[in-house]
Design a protein around this ligand. Structure first.
Ligand code: UD1
Length: 417
């Protein structure tokens, strides 16, 4: 088991390059199953979840060639349409192989993801939509087993806005016969990125970035070349780390216009932001001001930035309310932040954070992916030494986080325990 050891209290200063977005890369990698031709992807981040998805696809017979940030996939010789429990249990996004497999091969068996640390996270909307597209779907021995001769376009409406649900159904509809409409679709930039890649592969999807997507099914998709968008959550995390340590951090290779809800809250917290076409510079002097946060589907405030903003509130002037509306159990970082001296009380789905002058280093434990980033950020700002345990959570979604932080002046080392 590895830990991060952090000597906190140093200002972060310098420049850092954003990596490709994990949440865009995962569905786009799964989209390789939709064609027998090469799919050439650039800006693919090197992190555990991406490696898990590549392993899953390779197990199905997809050939994968990786050269730095470029990955070339070919699903010309798929030998299995099964996503086994052993991989799915480590990454729920494995469910994204379900619809492309059924759409192209007419069958799939994908282990049903169980609950996860932040909530129950069912996939009923994926299954409901796939059934409406004509697939015969049963749950047996812990697997979602789906069959269809050829999917047929349908009018779909998801009960709630679901990111991977929208992505999965898109990947079913692109090869279905006729027209599909998905209402209440997710508008996240990562969904838009998937649509751009699918359209480059010959799909006919309109409405990207809106809540109504129209898909004219085609008989086959072809190969394409696509560059994955920047990771707005990684960018946001570095901006918070800069602000929290009263530093001066420039993040390059990002897409500021996809980050308005995050930038808006940073400004409200008193951060000075300079924004270019593909870069953002954050500077902060003095303590931040408390901000109220309410998570919501895009373009609302992203739940994946909730823990990091709560951390900023921990050292802010005043009291901030952080309300989580997407996941039912996403406050597990709270007791860990309190070990660093934060003052937080939880009332239902709201955490009330009263800022303190400063945090002090302690031993803390990562509980889920985004919570782990918030704990690293808190430790960077805390006086003295902290150790962050269970950092495999962090490695799932952040590329080279500690070397990027080191380059900004953080004193951080990875150790085997
Ligand atoms: C994706 C992101 C995750 C982010 C989340 C919300 C990926 C790989 N992960 O997760 O980082 O935190 O969006 O922005 O892109 N729900 C159902 N039934 C379903 C589907 C969803 O009840 O069939 C519920 C979920 O339990 C949750 C809410 O809908 O309460 C939103 O979940 P969803 O958008 O599907 O999250 P993911 O796609 O799993």
């Amino acid at each position: 088991m590895q830990i991060l050891k952090i000597q906190g209290g140093r200002r972060l200063v310098g420049q850092v390059k954003a990596s490709g977005a994990k949440n865009a890369a995962l569905p786009i990698l799964a989209a390789s199953l939709l064609t027998a031709d090469d799919l050439v992807l650039h800006n693919v981040p090197d992190l555990t979840d991406v490696r898990t998805m590549l392993k899953l696809l390779e197990g199905m017979g997809v050939t994968v060639k990786r050269d730095g940030e470029t990955v070339v996939l070919n699903a010309g010789r798929v030998v299995s349409t099964v996503a086994p429990y052993e991989l799915v249990k480590t990454m729920r996004a494995s469910i994204l192989t379900l619809c492309p497999l059924v759409a192209r091969f007419g069958h799939a068996e994908v282990s049903l993801p169980g609950g996860c640390a932040i909530g129950a996270r069912p996939v009923d909307q994926h299954i409901k939509g796939l059934r409406l597209l004509g697939a015969d779907v049963i749950i047996e021995h812990g697997y979602v087993k789906a069959k269809a001769d050829r999917l047929e376009g349908a009018h779909l409406f998801t009960d709630m806005v679901t990111v991977t649900g929208t992505e999965n159904l898109l990947m079913a509809a692109v090869l279905a016969k006729g027209t599909t409409v998905i209402e209440n679709a997710a508008r996240e930039p990562e969904v838009v990125d998937l649509i751009e890649c699918l359209n480059a592969m010959g799909a006919k999807i309109s409405g990207a970035g809106t809540s109504v997507l129209t898909i004219e099914g085609v008989d086959r998709l072809h190969g394409a070349e696509h560059s994955v968008i920047a990771d707005r959550i990684e960018v946001g995390s570095f901006l918070i780390a800069g602000a929290m340590t009263q530093g001066d951090v420039l993040v390059t290779h990002c897409v500021p216009k996809q980050m308005e809800p995050i930038l808006d809250k940073l400004r409200e917290a008193g951060a000075q932001l300079d924004v270019g076409d593909d870069w953002i510079r954050v500077r902060m002097t003095g303590r931040p001001k408390s901000v109220n946060i309410r998570t919501a589907p895009h373009p609302g405030f992203p739940t994946d930035m909730q823990a990091q903003f709560m951390t900023l509130n921990c050292v802010a002037q005043g009291t901030g309310h952080v309300t989580e509306t997407i996941f039912e159990n996403r406050f597990m970082h709270v007791p860990e932040l309190m070990r660093l001296g934060a003052q937080i009380t939880i009332e239902g789905s709201t955490a009330i954070v009263t800022g303190v002058e400063g945090l002090t280093g302690a031993k803390i434990m990562a509980t889920d992916l985004r919570a782990s980033a918030s704990l690293v950020i808190a430790a960077l700002a805390a006086q003295g030494e902290s150790t962050v345990d269970r950092i495999y959570h962090l490695d799932r979604g952040y590329e080279s986080m500690e070397s990027k932080l080191k380059a900004l002046g953080a004193e951080i080392t990875r150790e085997n325990q």
